[in-house]
Design a protein around this ligand. Structure first.
Ligand SMILES: Cc1ncc(COP(=O)(O)O)c(C=O)c1O
Length: 469
């Protein structure tokens, strides 16, 4: 149980004083803004007297971060205003040096790949396990980790758990223990698990298994504003000063007070979430699942994370289901070839959500889907492997590249990373040799309407490869 909300309370007091603004931001408490929600800009202030400084916290921000540290039982926990993206960059900058070799899951977030390029790291990619129930890539297998460790001298490993769909890494405790025994620092991207450990009914955070640094997107599942995230230092292996140095370098020098206040609020929300709240949430969720599954054609799959539901409609892709749901104003978190992912609200006792109207919408969507041409969902071919790209990301920056027909790309070195997004798992990474399987997967995803992020020319069936000498 935590009582105070130091940043929230101070901002309310400051706003009530109706102070005169001769300072940034230029909207002057919303006065010059034409936004319909300009009233809320009165809380968008800056590092004024009494409002502390994220980069050198002493009062309200220090107190709120201290409460976060206590709630998570860490050495030191931080508010981030640039998302888990900046947390991931920071954890690698603070623990690795240029030229170090690190192990990463192939399905890690692009911020990890960006950190590898920026720092000049040498990545060893491990293909994650494939979960047949959710049809998603999950965690790395400890046998492959041991093989990779025997073949290369490794500084750190980055693990992503849970995955986007709420599936937890297998054998996390064993993997972390193995790494620590072998002097490998364990960095955990727990972007999708900021609510973990709220009560014993939720999965445990990787903090409980000894991850050295754990990064969480508070905005994804807790009531924080977009870009609000947490970084936790959880072991003496980590140089706290270095983490703070990189957070200071990589984050804005004008951190958003609305985001920081929402982090204070999200921290408070989680710290005070009770067993009774969870019981209430579970009752409402069960009723929602029962109503969904009563609709002809709908199949619901639950995962390790109580907040995640996968919904499928027999014979159609997740993209098609998403299209019909959106016509009913129902917006899912993501769609893939098989399903849509619903992210449920972490309701507390007596809170309500529009589940009844949503069921009516799903019913209408399902009536439309009944007329769709039916197809069998594609099978995904993931080959478990440890791969070292032919060229590291930093080496690739210097290589000349050109576009070739996608089929001619087989056997050539990819000069671009191709990531269907969501769920953000790269099929081919810049510096890797393009295989027949990768090409097949890209074609299949294009056919089912998947969206590939970035400046690619896949819609013209062209792929960017390294020019051969
Ligand atoms: C696994 C994972 N890590 C990190 C991020 C980045 O998080 P943020 O949006 O908070 O910067 C995402 C975003 O979707 C993600 O899925």
């Amino acid at each position: 149980m935590q009582i105070n909300k130091p940043i929230v309370d101070k901002l309310i007091m400051f706003e009530e004083q109706k102070n005169y603004s001769f300072h940034v931001p230029g909207h002057k408490h919303g006065l010059l803004s034409t936004l319909p929600w300009k009233e809320s800009l009165t809380y968008d202030v800056t590092e004024l007297t009494g409002l502390d400084d994220l980069h050198s916290p002493e009062t309200i921000i220090a107190q709120a971060q201290q409460l976060l540290t206590q709630d998570n039982n860490t050495i030191s926990s931080y508010f981030l205003v640039n998302g888990s993206t900046v947390g991931n960059l920071t954890m690698l900058y603070a623990t690795c040096n240029a030229g170090d070799t690190i192990i990463v899951q192939r399905n890690c977030h692009k911020s990890i790949f960006n950190a590898i390029s920026l720092i000049g790291l040498k990545p060893i990619y491990i293909t994650p396990e494939w979960d047949e129930v959710t049809n998603t890539a999950t965690s790395i297998n400890i046998t492959l980790l041991k093989e990779a460790h025997e073949a290369f001298s490794i500084t750190a490993i980055v693990l992503t758990t849970p995955n986007y769909y709420g599936v937890l890494a297998n054998e996390l405790r064993e993997v972390i223990t193995y790494c620590h025994t072998n002097n490998i620092i364990v960095l955990i991207d727990e972007a999708h698990g900021a609510h973990f450990g709220a009560t014993a009914a939720f999965p445990k955070s990787a903090l409980a298994y000894g991850g050295d640094i754990v990064v969480q997107s508070a905005h994804k599942t807790l009531p924080a504003m977009t870009m609000g995230a947490f970084l936790h230092i959880n072991s003496e292996r980590i140089n706290q000063k270095k983490v703070e140095l990189y957070l200071g370098m990589l984050q804005s020098s004008s951190p958003s007070y609305p985001i920081m206040a929402s982090l204070d609020d999200a921290r408070h929300f989680k710290a005070n979430y009770t067993d009774e709240d969870f019981l209430y949430f579970t009752k409402i969720k069960s009723k929602f699942i029962a109503s969904l599954t009563a609709i002809k054609g709908i199949l619901v799959i639950t995962t390790d994370d109580p907040l995640k539901l996968l919904v499928r409609y027999e014979g159609v892709t997740g993209f098609e289901l998403q299209t019909e749901l959106e016509k009913q104003k129902i917006y899912a978190e993501l769609a893939d070839s098989y399903q849509v992912l619903l992210l449920l609200p972490m309701l507390k006792n007596a809170m309500t959500f529009q589940f009844e109207e949503i069921i009516v919408g799903v019913q209408l969507a399902s009536e439309k889907l009944a007329h769709y041409l039916k197809s069998t969902p594609p099978t995904t071919n993931y080959h478990k492997a440890i791969t070292q790209p032919k060229f590291s990301p930093i080496e690739m920056e210097e290589k000349p590249a050109c576009y070739v027909n996608i089929y001619e790309g087989i056997g050539k070195v990819a000069a671009e990373t191709l990531v269907p997004y969501p769920p953000g798992i790269p099929i081919c990474l810049a510096g890797e040799v393009i295989t027949k399987e990768m090409t097949k997967e890209i074609i299949m995803l294009l056919e089912v309407g998947a969206y590939f992020q970035g400046n690619h020319r896949l819609n013209e069936k062209l792929i960017c490869v390294m020019k051969e000498a």
